[in-house]
Design a protein around this ligand. Structure first.
Ligand code: NAP
Ligand code: F7E
Length: 415
């Protein structure tokens, strides 16, 4: 059986990819960062202590960092992986404007360090580079593998450097290196400060009475939002081909931030209207046609635009042209935007201990992704069973984070 090494295993994609590879019978090794708090909550449910299970563990975690080249070489040499999935990065676009040098160090140079570790160790794994649609930046949509890159942030510039390094190691040393140029992909495990999750969590907090308003930036940017579990399967598929190549992965649809907010609220029966312009704009409750009418009322300001959330340069429209993955890898996205909104709202309500409408969870159950182990996909018996699932820890976390968020919104941290 194959062995995979994943950088960024504790992130959204790393956690789904781990579950997927374990289900394929892989032995999986992951690099985690030393932290003063636990940072493995997305993979805890699949981790078994190797000391306790007497050699039956298939998932192994190693301390490391993309800033530490010697350690990367040692890990590659000792693990001798068949496949390396390089997902680790400073991945937040807004933060990259505040930390451009750090972003370059980790997101760009971290890739070179890993590629060099592979080259110097003499091990010849297949290599997946987590490239990004942000690299297209200002290029008009739809974007495909032949679209000229026009990056608009330090993050995008760093990813573009890493993209070319993967191409260069393919050409120069014959490395089986693939760039997956993935458009935005989201899930109930998405980081809490990315737009979709920020909105769906805030909505859940509002419905449980913990938050009154969510503070956002540019409402008119448009993104091609897909469902993360489908995209990690594509990472694997790229490395199973006869020849290495680069592929755009997205849904082919594009929706604005404003639409995402409206649709998330509409899913729980709350209609919004917008007042004011650009940095003074507000989203206000127009009507509540649901059981939440005792929590939110017409006139409540639930969205407030704040200039500090605007980016110095924005990517206005991203929309994937997925002709190549359709034709070569025979792939079609199954979860499109409207179902994605429902899935994310359902789970954030569940995490808050609220009963969700359930349409998103129902969609997800029909997909048959039995390799996803958490949130609790494998439960039978409907929503009542979900309510009894062991989500108490998530609930506790949510209330703590809610308190923290209240502080964050009043200080200078901008994500
Ligand atoms: P994510 O949730 O932010 O995860 C990033 C991962 O990188 C985390 O495991 C993080 O560790 C790790 N990491 C950060 N700095 C590191 C360092 N110095 N050394 C080692 N590991 C480090 O990102 P994601 O959404 O899963 O995305 C996965 C990859 O795909 C990223 O490279 C991202 O840039 C790229 N990408 C994402 C999307 C998307 O829409 N999600 C689209 C295109 C490309 P901690 O948990 O300790 O922070
Ligand atoms: O922003 C706008 C923001 O931070 C989406 C990363 O995974 O996908 C992600 O990058 C849009 C932008 O994702 C807020 O200006 C408005 O136009 O969720 P996001 P992103 O920047 O597109 C790409 C493909 C990656 O590779 C990245 O790693 O939403 N927006 N108001 C906001 N965004 C955030 N975060 N917070 C706001 O308050």
């Amino acid at each position: 059986m194959k062995t995979a090494l994943i950088t960024g295993i504790t992130g959204q994609d790393g956690s789904y990819l781990t579950e997927f590879l374990l289900a394929q019978g892989y032995t999986v090794h992951g690099i985690i960062r030393r932290s003063s708090v636990f940072n493995t909550n997305r993979i805890d449910h699949v981790y078994k202590d190797p000391n306790a299970v007497n050699g039956h563990a298939q998932l192994f975690l190693h301390y490391g960092d993309l800033s530490d080249p010697g350690l990367l070489t040692e890990l590659i040499y000792n693990i001798r992986p068949d496949e390396v999935y390089h997902l680790g990065a400073q991945s937040h676009v807004r933060v990259s404007f505040d930390m451009p040098e750090y972003t370059g160090n980790i997101t760009a140079m971290g890739t070179t360090r890993l590629l060099e570790a592979i080259r110097r160790s003499g091990v010849r794994p297949r290599f997946y580079q987590a490239s990004s649609s942000e690299m297209f930046g200002a290029a008009p949509p739809p974007q495909n593998e032949r679209t000229p890159f026009a990056p608009q942030s330090p993050y995008a510039v760093a990813k573009l450097y890493a993209y070319w390094m993967a191409c260069n190691y393919r050409d120069a040393y014959g490395l089986f290196a693939c760039n997956g140029i993935l458009f935005n992909h989201e899930s109930p495990r998405r980081g809490e400060t990315f737009l979709t999750r920020k909105v769906t969590r805030a909505l859940a907090f509002m419905l449980s009475g913990k938050q009154r308003t969510v503070y956002l930036g540019n409402l008119d940017a448009r993104r091609d939002w897909g469902y993360a579990p489908e995209y990690v399967q594509m990472m694997w598929l790229m490395l199973q081909q006869d020849q290495p190549d680069d592929y755009v992965v997205g849904t082919g649809q594009t929706h604005s931030v404003r639409e995402f907010v409206e649709d998330a609220f509409a899913y729980v029966g709350i209609e919004l209207e917008w007042r004011g312009a650009r940095e003074h704009e507000q989203g206000i409750v127009r009507s509540v046609a649901s059981r939440w009418d005792h929590v939110l009322r017409p006139g409540d300001v639930v969205v407030q635009v704040l200039p500090k959330y605007f980016r110095p340069t924005e990517v206005d429209v991203l929309q994937a042209d997925i002709t190549k993955v359709r034709q070569r890898l025979h792939w079609e996205p199954r979860v499109l935007y409207h179902d994605l909104v429902r899935i994310m709202v359902d789970y954030d309500l569940l995490f808050e201990g609220l009963e969700p409408p359930g349409e998103g969870i129902a969609v997800e159950q029909t997909l048959g992704y039995t390799w996803i182990q958490q949130p609790p996909y494998n439960v039978t018996g409907g929503l009542d069973s979900y309510q009894r699932m062991p989500i108490k820890a998530e609930r506790r976390l949510a209330s703590t984070v809610a308190e923290l968020l209240a502080q964050v919104e009043s200080d200078d941290l901008v994500e």
